[in-house]
Design a protein around this ligand. Sequence first.
Ligand SMILES: [Zn+2]
Length: 366
Amino acid sequence: MVENADIRSCFAAEYVTARQRILDCAEKMNLEVETMNITPKGPHNETLSTDIFWIGPTDASKLILHTSGVHGVEGFPGSAAAVWIMEGIRKKLLKLPEGCAIAFAHIINPWGMAWLRRVNEDNADLNRNFLPPGEAYEGEPENYATLDHLLNPTSMQKGREYYSIRASWHAFKLGFANAKQAVQEGQYTRPKSLQYGGSELAESSRNFVDWCERRLTDVDKIVWIDFHTGLGPFGVDSLLVAEGADETQLKSRYGKRIQPLDPKKGVAYKIRGGIQAGIEARFPDKEWTSITQEFGTIKPIPLLKLARAENRLTQWSGKPPLRLLQSKERREMLEAFSPKSLKWRKMILQRSRAIIADAIGHLSEE
Ligand SMILES: [Zn+2]
């Protein structure tokens, strides 16, 4: 059972406090921390980092990997989930099988979390930034150009925009699955627009790749849970897996929430430069079970509307960073990706631990 006090102790209001909470938790467990900084600073001029915690034998051959905050602001519930799982291990409610470790990569995009954006300091979505080695940071989805003027206004002048009506109309004309695909796939041509994947591997992405190179040498089997919010029904998690994954077997281990990344079959869509595909491509000899755990918050069109407004303000208002941070748009981003609702937060914590229990079951199999 998740109590209100657990919500208060797991959820933080700022990046610095979230980081402190997981560090405190790690200290209680005597864990070593690997801290990887990035160059840009947070709003209090604080250092921003991805912190990685390892529990279990250092030479484990099986690993549960938990990553959060790939989409910056989603790191608030992601961090809470990590703290809650860690506490579960400390209290022995979750027990790792022999030869198995668990690692928490706390906030892959710390800049985005500190500044309440989904993207990083270069406006890049890090879940579009991990193109496989050798693939150029170029191109955009077929229909992106058609939707660009709608998604990415290039000034703050607001006429009568009828955004919702036009968005619905476009979705209707292209078909909802096609529109969703065009918007979400990732583009490498318009640095100020939505779903930009960057022009190279970002500093924080590189930090994570470097860590994998250092620490995954002894591991051959990995269950990877990448925590996200903003997709699907309120408080419910969809477990997204690559197309072509063994759905039947995954469902037997992780339940009916398993869904392939196919725009026609569920809440999701195909993407380029996703973190899981990008890391798997770099470590093809490992046996990966990669799951994106996506918790629903609000509906896709209002969410897109919000992301559009926030990006517009950031790119075109000329406001300084601290004013942007205090803006209504950034606050709304926080609420959209980390709702204050206690009911929602309880659902998140409960399922975050439950999926780790399933992963433990999976890695306990012979
Ligand atoms: Zn996300």
